[in-house]
Design a protein around this ligand. Structure first.
Ligand code: MRU
Length: 351
């Protein structure tokens, strides 16, 4: 079985969610009990290992898991990588138990590598901040949730803020609440508090006035998919922050492992952006409502009001100061620079 921390119940309670089959894990992914690009890759990989161990059809399981959410490329990467390890072992005629063991070993390797990547991204991200803004204590703005909850280690963008904090150089982490599902308010604020960071929560609409007041030194966000030209899909609301940052001459920094780079997707317009239920907009949802299929909250719009609810938006490379990966940072962001980082990566390539 696969035991997950149910993120829909945070911050009120820390509750484990036990998945004994693939459909349960697919539901957990779709209701955001497990979420965030790197973690989706890890969970997807363990999902394939679970299917193999329980004697389910691995090809069918991989298809279901990969299709659970469309935007974060890590999900497909984790699923395909672990399935490939399973097929390789079963192709050698080693038997079902050996193939299942190979799948589990690969999922564990992916988990471990993600933790290592997180540590290296934090180092590179901190070095980049020092280069861009030398000798300062920073006020950093972040969006959505990018900490240990979404990673094998301490996360992506949040791991950089955490490292800066540990060095006594974080003045404040500004945390966007991240409507409609409040990953910032529910999860990033929870992680910031647990780690003793100086932080303040703001509504997404309040970011503009913070920039205007000169209270943001840099923006740090994660990514769900980075196209070959350096376009970045991340939680909806990231693109307006990039526009604000450009106008106010504030560095806009994306922190993501190379497993989030998808060289097969040529540009931002080719990224499939997940559209979610309008109920998430027309109702104020509580975490428990989320686990009940994104509805059942306090209704705040006329009955039947149509809603626009993309889960992500796409920021073009010209608005991004730098992309930080476990292989280093690139600035300016170019397709060539991105391809070089990926070529340096020791991450397993899946055909
Ligand atoms: O819909 P979610 O909560 O899965 O979206 C997550 C994000 O957009 C994160 O910012 C992104 O995955 C980067 S996580 C390191």
């Amino acid at each position: 079985m696969l035991v997950l921390l149910d993120q829909t119940r945070l911050p009120a309670e820390e509750v484990e969610l036990v998945c004994t089959d693939v459909p349960a894990l697919v539901r957990a992914i779709q209701t955001l009990a497990v979420r965030g690009a790197p973690l989706l890759g890890i969970a997807g990989g363990y999902g394939v290992a679970l299917a193999a161990a329980r004697g389910f059809d691995v090809a069918e399981a991989a298809g279901l898991l990969e299709g659970a959410r469309p935007t974060a490329v890590n999900l497909g990467y984790g699923v395909r990588r672990v399935a490939a390890a399973y097929w390789a072992a079963s192709g050698k005629g080693e038997g079902d138990a050996a193939a299942a063991a190979a799948a589990l070993a690969e999922a564990r390797a992916l988990h471990r590598e993600d933790a290592q990547a997180s540590g290296r991204m934090a180092e590179y991200g901190e070095a980049l901040l020092e280069e861009l803004l030398p000798g300062r204590a920073y006020q950093l703005l972040t969006h959505c949730n990018t900490g240990a909850l979404v990673s094998g280690g301490e996360g992506t963008a949040f791991a950089v803020a955490l490292r800066v904090h540990r060095q006594g150089r974080l003045r404040r982490l500004w945390v966007d609440e991240t409507r409609p599902l409040l990953q910032g308010a529910r999860l990033t604020a929870y992680e910031a508090a647990r780690n003793g960071l100086a932080y303040s929560l703001l509504t997404d609409n309040a970011a503009g006035s913070l920039f205007a007041a000169g209270e943001v030194d840099a923006v740090l966000i994660g990514a769900d998919r980075i196209a070959a030209d350096g376009s970045v899909a991340n939680k909806v609301g990231s693109y307006p922050l990039a526009v604000l940052a450009k106008y106010h001459h504030v560095p806009f920094i994306v922190v993501a492992p190379t497993t989030t780079v998808d060289l097969e997707t040529p540009d931002g317009t080719s990224i499939v952006v997940e559209q979610r239920s309008g109920k998430e907009v027309t109702e104020l949802t509580s975490p428990q409502d989320l686990s009940a299929d994104g509805g059942g909250g306090i209704v705040v719009a006329p009955l039947g009001a149509p809603a626009y609810n993309p889960a992500f938006d796409v920021t073009p490379p010209e608005l991004i100061t730098a992309i930080v990966t476990e292989e280093g940072a690139i600035s300016p962001v170019t397709g060539v620079g991105l391809a070089e980082l990926c070529a340096r990566s020791s991450q397993v390539t899946i055909s």
